[in-house]
Design a protein around this ligand. Structure first.
Ligand code: FAD
Length: 328
């Protein structure tokens, strides 16, 4: 494999108008848990053409590629990533609203998007106001809250596929389901999203957003680094055993600690970094929680949080936790 230095010059050559590149960039700076070793290369494109150039580059050189937004749903390994991490963030965060249509870049900041929709009198994104990620990440995860997902409002998603070609997908082709989109299997980069939102009453939209933010402030840990809800919370699960936070709390696991990682004392579906937590600490804690909940309730908690391996594979963190700590 070529040296990162050579890779940098090649990338700069390819994407003549300066894809932002960093070598040996600590991934702990690019996720909300503040965990993870260095990426060989971290690139931040500012348009679709640069994304295409990076995709061609990684294909030609058979390099692992990981696409990220704000890293608010990701656990990076302490060894980092031996390949290219492409961040779709503030350099691709345009938001245009015409009538009831919103066209935004994959790097658009979700709370800002929700706020601008509100100011234009558009409803439907109230549930997104407190989600601290990018639109690309939200679409990929079909994220949302209060039983909603962003997929409900998606009309079209523009992606750059692994073979460096640009495609437009309809909402049906994205096959949105609970915290799932077919994009997760495709390995494509979300560069732009078109949303359709109905006209609503500004005062009602604002009230709902304020309520959501107030509830989050009250319930979620805010001072210590975390990655939001660690475990998936489905409606089937609510009906049978209840939400993950309640189950974990009832299992007496609030405050349980592995190294620097701790089950939040404020909300048991959060794992907080109390300082110096490693990916192994978090994975071990996930495994301990799953083990205890299985023992007490015969229920298998699944992770919403995704783990990124040093070779660039991304998948639900529980799968890796089980492999690493089979006995909990
Ligand atoms: C305090 C807190 C509260 C949260 N509350 C919620 C909530 O209420 N509801 C909810 O659903 N989530 C919540 N989350 C989780 C997280 O914010 C969402 O999943 C968010 O949508 C992830 O966006 P991101 O930009 O951080 O994506 P990342 O974490 O960077 O990535 C998530 C996944 O999307 C992929 N991805 C990211 N951007 C792109 C792109 N442009 N193209 C292709 N793939 C991409 C990554 O490869 C990865 O698989 C919360 C997190 C925190 C820290």
């Amino acid at each position: 494999m070529m040296s990162p230095q050579r890779a940098v010059s090649y990338l700069e050559l390819l994407a003549a108008d300066a894809v932002q590149v960093a070598v040996d960039e600590p991934l702990s700076r690019h996720n909300s848990w503040q965990i993870g070793g260095p990426a060989d290369l971290l690139v931040e494109p500012e348009n679709s053409n640069q994304v295409v150039a990076v995709m061609r580059f990684v294909q030609e050189h058979h390099l692992p590629l990981v696409v990220i937004g704000q890293g608010t749903n990701l656990l990076f390994d302490d060894a980092g990533v031996r390949g290219v991490v492409m961040k779709i963030g503030s350099r691709m965060d345009s938001i245009d609203i015409v009538g009831t249509r919103i066209v935004a870049g994959g790097g658009a900041w979700v709370p800002q998007l929700a706020r601008l929709a509100m100011r234009s009198g558009l409803s439907g994104l109230e549930h997104c106001i407190g989600i601290p990620g990018t639109l690309g990440g939200l679409v990929m995860m079909n994220g949302g809250s209060h039983r909603h997902g962003i997929g409900e409002h998606v009309v079209r998603v523009t992606i750059v596929d692994q073979d460096a070609t640009i495609h437009q997908l309809s909402a049906a082709e994205c096959r949105f389901d609970y915290r799932y989109s077919a994009l997760q299997e495709r390995g494509a980069v979300v560069v732009e999203v078109e949303l359709e939102c109905p006209v609503g009453h500004l005062a009602d939209i604002r009230r709902e957003m304020l309520l959501d933010l107030r509830e989050r402030r009250r319930k979620f840990p805010r001072k210590l680094p975390n990655c939001g809800s660690v475990f998936l919370s489905t409606s089937a699960m609510h009906a049978s055993v209840g939400p993950p936070g309640k189950i974990i709390e009832e299992a007496g696991l609030k405050g349980l600690r592995c190294g620097g990682a701790e089950v939040s004392r404020q909300h048991a579906n959060f794992i907080v970094n109390r300082g110096g937590a490693t990916s192994v600490d978090v994975l071990q804690l996930i495994s301990r929680i799953r083990f205890e909940v299985r023992k007490k309730l015969d229920f298998d908690l699944r992770c919403e949080v995704r783990y990124v391996s040093p070779s660039g594979e991304i998948g639900p963190a529980d799968q890796v936790a089980d492999r690493m700590f089979p006995a909990g």
